[in-house]
Each structure stands twice: as C-alpha cells, then as structure tokens.
Write a protein that binds this ligand. Structure first.
Ligand code: GSH
Length: 93
C-alpha cells in the first residue's frame, strides 16, 4: 500500500517542569498530557485518538488495518485503553 508523509512541526513540552499544566498547553489539551495533535483550530489529545484521526482524516496515511476486526485486534487499541483507564490522572477528568 502506498504511504505518504505529512509535514508537521514537533513542539517539545517540558514535562519535568509541568509545562503541560501551563495555560498555553492545557487550553489545547483536554487531558493536559502529551501528545496533542494541533491542526489549524482543531486540537486532539490521546495518542490512539490521534492515530485514528490521522488514519481516517488524511489520505495516504495507513496506520491501522481497514478491516474492523483486524483493527480491533491491533495491540495499540487494547494497550491504549488499558493505559488510559489505569492512569491516576484519569480520575481528574
Ligand atoms: N494514554 C495517553 C497517555 C499520555 C501520557 O501519559 N503522557 C505522558 C507523557 S508520555 C504525560 O503527558 N505525562 C504528564 C502528566 O500526566 O501530567 C496517550 O496515549 O496519549
């Protein structure tokens, strides 16, 4: 399958100094965690949501199998769900 790359700017967030909690970042991130995808006025956090958005929203990006059952069985789907629900910060949101 052909793949193409999107151009992007990577912005480092200084988690050691809690830059993710500062207004500049926190206002664009629902979870106040990294990563966050920002595309124009649209902002999306949670890596699995980001990869699904890229997969479905941008032609040429193929991150998941097209078949629903195969997609559900990808390690990222189950691991992401477990991590998110187990994280203590989840209780804050
Ligand atoms: N399930 C989330 C986990 C995100 C996450 O835990 N990110 C960490 C860095 S790898 C973070 O932002 N930690 C800072 C914090 O929780 O305040 C995802 O996959 O996006």
């Amino acid at each position: 399958m052909p793949r193409s790359l999107l151009s992007f700017e990577l912005v480092a967030i200084d988690l050691v100094n809690n830059a993710n909690l500062e207004p500049g970042y926190a206002e664009s991130s629902l979870t106040r965690r990294v990563p966050t995808l920002i595309h124009g006025n649209f902002a999306l956090s949670e890596s699995s949501a980001i990869t699904e958005c890229l997969d479905e929203g941008f032609s040429g990006i193929l991150l998941y199998p097209k078949d629903a059952i195969s997609r559900a069985r990808t390690p990222s789907s189950s691991v992401a769900a477990k991590r998110s629900h187990a994280h203590p910060a989840r209780a804050l949101h």
